[in-house]
Ligand binder design. Sequence first.
Ligand code: NAD
Ligand code: UDP
Ligand code: UDP
Length: 322
Amino acid sequence: MKRAHKRVLVTGGAGFLGSHLCDRLLARGDDVLCVDNFFTGSRDNVLHLLGHPRFELMRHDVTFPLFVEVDEIYNLACPASPVHYQNNPVQTIKTAVHGAINMLGLAKRLNARILQASTSEVYGDPTVHPQPEDYRGNVNPIGPRSCYDEGKRCAETLFFDYHRQNKVDIRVARIFNTYGPRMHPNDGRVISNFVTQALRGEPITLFGDGQQTRSFCYVDDLIDGLMRLMDAEGEAHRPVNIGNPGEFTIRELAELVVRLTGTGSELVYRPLPTDDPMQRCPDITRAERLLGWAPQVPLEQGLRRTIPYFAEALGLEAPALA
Ligand code: NAD
Ligand code: UDP
Ligand code: UDP
């Protein structure tokens, strides 16, 4: 069946994930309104779209009300890297909570379906492994990561309250660590740090003993999952994990980056940040069943696509990948 053409709002659309989402929505024929305050995103990420007849860019902070006319809303506005979200924690909570209230108020007025970019951080430092959606998490409410974790948890609460109280048509994606082209080289997350360090021949900084784990999803897979969730019917208003269940220790990731780039960088150890989760891996049974979705790009293949992007962003020659 041919899908009706839609006007879609993407908040945080000039960020890493948001800009890829704008690309994909335009490619399938939708109108895209990209709203961003450029806190961690930039016009550069959507520069190639500025002349597109169905694309519009609006500078706006979602903590303030927004009155526009759209059919669907993807709410991605929020810094995602610990370095950035801890830089101004109060603004992070305001973005997560006031941003959610404003976008839910907008969705309510317009009768528009709204998808929240939630996070695996709602599970905190998990005691259940891998994490299914009904696991309630282990989050410290007063630590340096809390502004993000609790902000995103409160946003989920708001989504479900607007759903129950106002019949707002909601989707909640719990996104696990995602990487790929357009991550900012100074983003501070582990893949951008390791790859830029390797390319510059600088020491690769492992926090703690490097035995903590993460599960890394390539950006194209992630965007595919988000769009399927937005379009899904049935029990799709429940939270859905979107991530790649391939789980790696941070040391394994460092060794893989060293092998692929052929760098002479040494591995160095730095203190583990407070409340850094020790393990993380999505149970994606619900996404497979509900969306017919599973990630297609394993870590090594995704890194092979990502390393040349970072080389270009740093103005370096791309290494011949091993
Ligand atoms: P990003 O930092 O590249 O993008 C976030 C975008 O939101 C940026 O363009 C930023 O300028 C914008 N923004 C921040 N505060 C805003 C505000 N108050 N008003 C308007 N715009 C604002 O991060 P990303 O990796 O693209 O993440 C996008 C979303 O996905 C975030 O909500 C994040 O929490 C979620 N997420 C990402 C990951 C991941 O691994 N990338 C994992 C879990 C959840
Ligand atoms: N809101 C918005 N755009 C709209 C409709 C609402 O930004 O098109 C904001 C509105 O300013 C309010 C929030 O969304 O602060 C929540 O709206 P809701 O209608 O739920 O609450 P109320 O306005 O009754 O407080
Ligand atoms: N990490 C690391 N070195 C770095 C950056 C991060 O060892 O230069 C670790 C970090 O302590 C965490 C993991 O890599 O255990 C993932 O960190 P990231 O900031 O990418 O995401 P998050 O902690 O939010 O999953």
